[in-house]
Ligand binder design. Structure first.
Ligand code: COA
Length: 174
């Protein structure tokens, strides 16, 4: 089985709920997508709304992976820069695969689809993202061609006494 990826799906209530469920399940399974467990759908919803308004304004493009039963199983948000000197690269945010589908190569498929999408955008020469250190994620991104280009020590406080590095990764599109 594989996921079916769609760039710019129609944002209807089914999609919104599917992404919110995915984000909640990934967060509660310990994923590094902006929250620490336990977290509710309602706590995450405002963050999703921010992404959705950026999509409505054309600043962000959504990539979704659906599984064989039509459920939202993976997402990545590709966000353009508004800074006039940084329009030649974009940010990748909220990269996630549902816990029941992890470890089967879908994460790599997701990043490959994100790379294809970015290559299709006029003038985009690189993809940048940041991730939480101490989780092994650098290895995942490394296996997809991303290079570590910076690290801010202890910038992410996941809990009192548990500070993690904010690791910056870059994929250049040549
Ligand atoms: C990170 C994530 C997207 C990877 O998706 P996945 O479908 O599980 O990954 P894949 O099966 O495609 O794995 C690809 C490779 O990365 C490795 N990998 C995946 N997740 C990893 C992790 N958290 N730590 C270390 N290595 C990891 C796999 O072992 C595999 O390497 P291999 O080919 O040498 O065996 C997924 O685990 C996830 O959604 N995690 C929770 C959310 C999260 O933390 N997102 C990152 C935001 S910065």
């Amino acid at each position: 089985m594989s996921l079916t990826f769609t760039l710019d799906p129609a944002v209807d209530p089914v999609l919104r709920d599917g992404v919110l469920d995915l984000w909640t399940d990934v967060s509660n399974a310990g994923g590094s997508v902006g929250f620490v467990p336990p977290v509710t759908r309602e706590a995450i919803r405002p963050e999703l709304v921010k992404h959705l308004s950026a999509i409505a304004e054309g600043r962000t493009r959504l990539l979704v992976g659906h599984d064989g039963s039509g459920q939202v199983a993976a997402t990545a948000f590709l966000t353009f820069n508004t800074h006039r000197l940084m329009t030649h690269w974009l940010w990748l945010y909220t990269v996630m695969v549902h816990p029941r589908h992890q470890g089967q190569g879908y994460g790599r498929d997701l990043l490959s689809a994100a790379e294809d999408a970015a290559r299709g955008f006029d003038g985009i020469e690189a993809i940048r993202l940041s991730c939480r250190g101490g989780t092994g994620l650098e290895r995942f991104y490394g296996s997809c061609g991303y290079k570590e280009v910076g690290r801010v020590p202890g910038a992410i406080r996941v809990a009192p006494g548990d500070d993690r590095d904010d690791v910056h990764l870059l994929l250049t599109l040549n």
